[in-house]
Design a protein around this ligand. Structure first.
Ligand code: SIN
Ligand code: MN
Length: 218
């Protein structure tokens, strides 16, 4: 829960899940969640959700995606990559919403802004298998994740595939930071729990991950 006292926003207590993996329950207030959702709806008019596909097999993901920022993450039969344009419209991605940028500046501890904000949309039954976020050159920058809408069962392990894992629930407004020794942890989403949020009348879960992709020039 976060409360606004005058100009000062008091944020919730952070929970360290593993070294470098920090959960901030209720980082965004309800008003901020609504504002961010409205900004994402605007962004999706410019950059509609698309269905990514697995490299080589072309199997569709159950999650639909879009991006904001100078670079967007895409996946198709040719592989995973960042690119400057939407894979279907060919247009540049819209800018990163102000509240997401503010969260990055407060939480990442990185002196440069993110270049990519991947927006994942989960409907009931959607999931994301365990993976590492490793398509970025700037692995010294944390990944900052924000969740909106229905609760997601988020699973994480260590930096080796096949090690022990744990799950936590990410609720609407939560932030999660993966940095330092946790930058390359395996993570995924087992399922979403339908009906756990009133944020969107359509239900579902949205997750934003903010990433610095290129190394800043010195
Ligand atoms: C991701 O790893 O891209 C998404 C994680 C999440 O949905 O919480
Ligand atoms: Mn990821």
């Amino acid at each position: 829960m976060s409360r606004t006292a005058g100009a000062l926003t008091l944020r919730s207590m952070a929970v360290t899940l593993a070294p470098g993996l920090i959960h901030h329950p209720g980082w965004l207030s309800r008003g901020e969640q609504e504002e961010l959702l409205a900004a994402l709806r605007e962004a999706a008019r410019v950059a509609p959700l698309f269905t990514p596909r697995m490299p080589r097999t072309g199997k569709p993901f159950s999650v639909r995606m879009t991006n904001c920022g100078a670079l967007g993450w895409v996946s198709d039969v040719e592989g995973y990559r960042y690119q400057t344009t939407h894979p279907e419209t060919g247009a540049a991605w819209p800018s990163i919403p102000a509240l997401a940028l503010a969260a990055w500046r407060e939480l990442s501890g990185y002196g440069h802004d993110p270049e990519a904000c991947l927006v994942n949309h989960y409907v009931a039954g959607a999931r994301m298998g365990l993976h590492q976020d490793r398509d970025e050159e700037a692995l010294d920058a944390s990944v900052v994740s924000l969740s909106l809408g229905d609760t997601g069962v988020f699973r994480f392990g260590g930096t080796q595939r096949g090690g022990p894992t744990r799950s936590i629930r990410l609720q609407s407004g939560d932030a999660l930071v993966f940095g330092g020794p946790a930058r390359l942890v395996y993570h995924g989403v087992d399922r979403i729990i339908a009906g756990t949020s009133t944020l969107s009348p359509h239900g579902g879960r949205i997750n934003l991950t903010l990433r610095r992709v290129t190394r800043p020039s010195p």
